[in-house]
Write a protein that binds this ligand. Sequence first.
Ligand SMILES: NC(=O)C1=CN([C@@H]2O[C@H](COP(=O)(O)OP(=O)(O)OC[C@H]3O[C@@H](n4cnc5c(N)ncnc54)[C@H](OP(=O)(O)O)[C@@H]3O)[C@@H](O)[C@H]2O)[C@@H](O)CC1
Ligand SMILES: [K+]
Length: 655
Amino acid sequence: MKTEAISASEMKAIDKNAVYFGMSPLQLMENAGACVSDVIFNYLNPGGRSQILKTADSANDWVIFFAGLGNNGGDTFVAARHLSGQDIRSMIILLGEKAHIKTEESQKNYALLEHDKNVSLFEIRSESELENFFLENEKIIGSDSCGNSRIVLVDGIFGTGFLGPAKGLEKKAIDLIHSQKKNKNVFVLSVDIPSGLEPEPKIKSARHSRSKDSIVVADATVTFHQMKTFLQAKDAAVYTGKIFVKPIGIPFAADVCFGPGNLENLYVRDKKSHKGDSGKVLIIGGGPYTGAPALAGMAALKAGADIVTVAVPKPAFEAVAAFSPNLIVKKLSADILCDADLPVLSVLIAAHDAVVIGPGLGADPKTISTVSKIIPLCKKVIADADALQPEIFEIIQKLKLQTKLPKNKDPAKEESEESKPEKTRTEKAGMEKTEIILTPHRGEFLRILKYLKFPKAEKFEESDLEELVLDVCRRLDVTLLLKGPTDLISDGKRIRRNLTGNPAMSVGGTGDVLSGIAGGLFTKNSAFESAGCAAFVCGCAGDQAFLKAGNSLLATDVILEIPDVFIQASGSDFQQKKNESGKNKRTSKQNTDSSKQNTDSDSKDGTENEISEESEMDEDRQEKLMEIMKRIKPKSQKSKIPPKHPNPEKNLFMK
Ligand SMILES: NC(=O)C1=CN([C@@H]2O[C@H](COP(=O)(O)OP(=O)(O)OC[C@H]3O[C@@H](n4cnc5c(N)ncnc54)[C@H](OP(=O)(O)O)[C@@H]3O)[C@@H](O)[C@H]2O)[C@@H](O)CC1
Ligand SMILES: [K+]
């Protein structure tokens, strides 16, 4: 079981990724509901299954589920069915009409209870109906009149879909749960989260303030998969009671790979946003090549950036300008990028949110020297392709050593006013540190290892790769997207994989598309999320393009598919693409023979990766997963403190 806590939106992403990797929402709900029923069962039978004692009092035990119309309520329907199978009777107080249950899974699970002799169903439509219901059933629910029999009140009113404040019927239900707390026989169990507690309050106002009145105060909360940060918050303990974290069978890949769920947590355009508010990207590239910066620019636009400026040396200007009227193209002073361009570029950098530097730039020493002066000027920068050189790693390492200074001045303004590019942003008072993403393929990654003098730089085992990636990120203080059949994404603290993409993407230009998408996302999102989501989107777009174009896939085909990936990922039924026909196969021979177009040589697999066998996409993905599973070492159990009681639930329930 994972010990670290995650946020509600991270959990939502994992849930969605689980569905993407093939698990149905119904299965997830089944597992969640079964966990709830287990906790209730253990409370009612502290001796365990072998010692179920049916006494006169226990015959009067009741489990009363308060169920909302969302999936939190759905979990309670499953729990009631599982308890019924163990002869534990319950009542479901549905807060609304069954016709208004929001999701298909909840509806199905509700319908399964309709002929269950151990479950009584009540549809409550209004506050007064709820009040009357309590009065009519006072013998069961209310007061201490029930001797030693126990009552479990299960709060399935709101889960992670709650947006405060609670009002109306739901608020009334929370009030009634409060009123029963004084009864010593009553045990309140919250499902996933005490209802009324907002997992991620968006606005801090009195409306959202935590008041005991509008939040269930539970004796225990059973939450799923992993501990949640909001349940651990200082002021949350009073509501949660004891927290049980229960696994619900989330598939391994959903946890360790990027998927459509991660896209849900990206920046969303504000309804009132103006031109430029949703991101401005500057691409600095081209010279020897013309296609690469144009592809990166178009991909950045398709990833959602409002404005993309492509700054190119003279020879590339005409071609890039003719590529698309959607790009703003700035002609630089010479045939290659050089120091003479620094004043102009520093102004452009200040006017954009993120910079992508490298695509098609060439590796002339003068160019690389200029790149090393550009990087410190950027707030956010992605160094790709030709920009991945030892001189650049050196400047990145120097940046790491600079002290992080307070963010009390506008770096963009200051830079443009002074136009002194040789002075780094961080050297000036009040400036933020440069955030950097590197996007190497295997060959470029080896270059980084050699620069950092890793003992294993020449030859390393595949099983060491993830540790090496983490280590490089820490030593350079960067986020790394290592491209390969399985992409690895790390910021030095965490590492995740991306399984999308296919061997046909070894065609020239796909790396530029990837860095462009990452640039578009980076304008408004964190480096880690931008790099990982870019890898996922680019690979999916490539997979879709592959189904249409097969081995004739081009980088421009991938760009065309980007919008569809975002649209599909926002739906609830996006699943891994399967190569159903199996006819679109590509061999390494075809890959290496493919013409490189008019772009740089960046590719999905990198120069040192060879694909030796014919491959089919979904089989390929299964293999990738198997590899990852082998590489992830189980955490050492030694440091774990043994639990005080072998059965913590039993410990809690013994009053
Ligand atoms: N995702 C998964 O795969 C899994 C999820 N699982 C379970 O699902 C839970 C999340 O389910 P969920 O997303 O349906 O949200 P949940 O909290 O039940 O419903 C919210 C409902 O309340 C409503 N509503 C909101 N605010 C309101 C207000 N102030 N006052 C009044 N109404 C308000 C809102 O209505 P709407 O605004 O949409 O009209 C919506 O109908 C999660 O916590 C876990 O228990 C498990 O099964 C495992 C797998
Ligand atoms: K709840």
